[in-house]
Design a protein around this ligand. Structure first.
Ligand code: GUN
Length: 282
């Protein structure tokens, strides 16, 4: 028998906890505020941005959404970020990615003030994460840690295999799992004998970007499987990087897609906004 790790339920728990914290902060005149910037009108980005604004509203965090023309110059975008950096009432600045080709993503991320970088994408904040100093945790990996802990899944001393080495998921996931005393292996597109390595995992975290790629032969009997992928299939249904139906009976616990990791990313973004406000209190 396997447990379905319910990201929707756990993200709501976290948002409800934050709601209480934000009510207290707001009473004291310290409501957290998030600025979200979207460049252009890519439909997937619009959905993500709207979901972030909705989560803010649910919790009581103030949100300002800036929808900029696709043709805005890099300088124009940096001017807006500078303005928001200087505003005392703004605690978090999030620039929705991807950006149009004429804008250099790294320059934009570098323009965000370190103490408002609620995505935890700025290289200096990544460095702080590695050295265990930062106030922000990268949202998707931090959400996965919460999914495990709130399902009473022990991380300490477990063998964790991560597939994917992105700066947003794979690499920071490694750091957070190490902080929890797991033994961590990262696999990627050049890894040989992937199946052999993933079959050793007590906890398998999959961010490979290929629909239903991970089948039962990649999974150890009794493993916990976390699926970071999300894809729209031809029949319009969503699926992950893991072949859920083929894998589930080998697992003790598994995340569904949708309703697994996805909702956690936004919940942890909200947590970073609250932490940012709290770090600014005198
Ligand atoms: N685009 C897709 N996911 C994310 C995210 O977590 N943060 C930002 N800024 N852009 C994204």
């Amino acid at each position: 028998m396997y447990t379905i790790i319910d990201g929707k339920k756990i993200s709501t728990q976290i948002k409800d906890e934050l709601k209480q914290e934000v009510a207290l902060l707001t009473e004291q005149g310290n409501r957290p505020n998030l600025a979200v910037i979207q460049v252009g009108n890519d439909s997937a980005s619009s959905v993500y941005v709207n979901n972030k604004a909705k989560a803010c509203e649910y919790i009581g965090i103030g949100s300002e959404v800036f929808r900029l023309d696709r043709d805005i110059s890099q300088e124009g975008l940096i001017d807006l970020i500078d303005e928001l950096n200087a505003r005392n009432d703004i605690d978090g600045i999030l620039v929705q990615l991807p950006l149009p080709d004429h804008i250099d993503e790294k320059s934009i991320i570098n323009a965000i003030s370190l103490d408002k970088d609620v995505d935890c994408f700025h290289p200096a904040n990544v460095g702080k994460l590695v050295s265990g100093e930062g106030i922000f945790k990268p949202c998707t990996p931090a959400g996965i840690i919460q999914l495990l802990k709130r399902n009473n899944i022990t991380i300490d001393s477990k063998r964790c295999v991560i597939i994917g080495r992105s700066t947003i998921v794979g690499k920071p996931m490694m750091n957070l799992m190490l902080d929890e005393n797991a033994t961590v292996t990262i696999c990627h597109s050049h890894t040989k004998d992937l199946e052999k390595i993933t079959s050793t995992a007590d906890i398998l975290i999959v961010a490979i970007g290929k629909p239903k790629y991970i089948t039962a032969n990649y999974v150890k009997e009794g493993a916990v499987v976390i699926d970071v992928g999300i894809h729209r299939m031809e029949n319009k249904k969503l699926c992950g990087d893991v072949d859920f139906e083929g894998v589930k009976d080998k697992c003790t616990a598994i995340t569904p897609v949708p309703g697994g990791v996805g909702p956690m990313t936004i919940a942890m973004l909200m947590k970073n906004c609250v932490e940012s406000r709290k770090s600014r209190l005198t």
